[in-house]
Write a protein that binds this ligand. Structure first.
Ligand code: FPP
Length: 275
């Protein structure tokens, strides 16, 4: 089992001043960007790509890469937690991953079951709250029960929320929110961006500030299409099983240097240009 990264007391987290406001905003479903926010992202989303190539480089089957990927994920949770990130959302299985060979799909499913039983107690003890997003209707009963158990056991934790996107797709998310509007008979005028945000799978979290993809590809692959509208994007060649503290720090450093304007301009810039 990987060693836990040191964790700061809550009051010393880089984000301590913003935590109460973040939680209140998330609870109320308001996910407005805060341009003046601290430079540690509240919410990081990750496409954990490159497990297959990592295994191939070692003449091993793809499953071996996914197995290493689970350990890399546990290390990443520790590291993001220690740096004050409040939400970590990872793409573990996409709506499109069913197209992979049956053997790989069932390998991934069993890996999740093994991963949950191996690491749930550790994560629960570290204060990690686990939430699952995605279509649960088409996964096995065993997997559904494992997710339910992970959510139930960790529901009172409040250090970092790990959101596992499983059988998830950004387009699925928009469609399921629209279907709920229709099913509830909501008037068309009442469906606006706030309403939709409150009915999307990540309604309990602020939008991701930083969107990371490992493995060298530069695309979003149907992950959090709605929520990542103003996320800062960070792409790295590093393959997911190798994504460790140095790579996390590189991503957080790049994020801290970004100028987030959310479609507006800085007040200082406006004042300068007015004179
Ligand atoms: C992409 O690499 C990775 C995946 C499709 C699976 C990621 C899943 C995990 C790391 C396991 C998550 C487990 C839990 C318990 C949440 P790829 O196969 O596309 O790699 P390649 O691009 O090199 O072929």
């Amino acid at each position: 089992m990987p060693s836990s990264a040191p964790t700061l007391p809550m009051s010393e987290l880089p984000y301590a001043d913003n935590l109460a406001a973040d939680e209140a905003a998330a609870e109320s479903g308001v996910t407005e960007p805060r341009p003046d926010a601290c430079t540690v992202p509240r919410h990081v989303a990750v496409v954990m790509d490159g497990n297959g190539r990592w295994a191939r480089q070692r003449y091993m089957p793809r499953f071996f890469g996914h197995k290493q990927g689970v350990d890399a994920l546990v290390r990443a949770i520790d590291a993001f937690n220690a740096r004050g990130v409040r939400y970590l959302t990872v793409f573990a299985f996409s709506s499109e991953n069913w197209k992979r060979p049956t053997e790989e799909v069932s390998g991934l499913m069993s890996l999740v079951l093994v991963g949950v039983s191996k690491y749930l107690d550790k994560l629960a003890g570290d204060g990690v709250r686990i939430r699952i997003i995605g279509d649960r209707a088409t996964v096995s009963d065993r997997l559904r029960q494992a997710w339910d158990e992970a959510e139930r056991l960790t529901q009172s934790n409040d250090r970092i929320t790990l959101v596992v996107a499983f059988n998830y797709g950004g387009r699925w998310d928009v469609v399921q929110a629209c279907r709920r509007a229709l099913a509830e008979g909501v008037a068309p005028d009442a469906v606006d961006e706030d309403w939709l945000s409150r009915h999307m799978a990540l309604s309990f979290a602020p939008d991701p500030d930083l969107f990371i993809r490992t493995g060298g590809e530069m695309r979003m692959s149907n992950f959090l299409l709605w929520q990542a509208a103003y996320s800062e994007l960070f792409f790295t060649e590093c393959l997911w099983p190798d994504f460790g503290e140095a790579e996390i720090d590189a991503a957080l450093t790049a994020f801290a240097q970004r100028d987030r304007r959310f479609g507006g301009i800085r007040p200082q810039q406006a004042a300068r240009e007015d004179t």
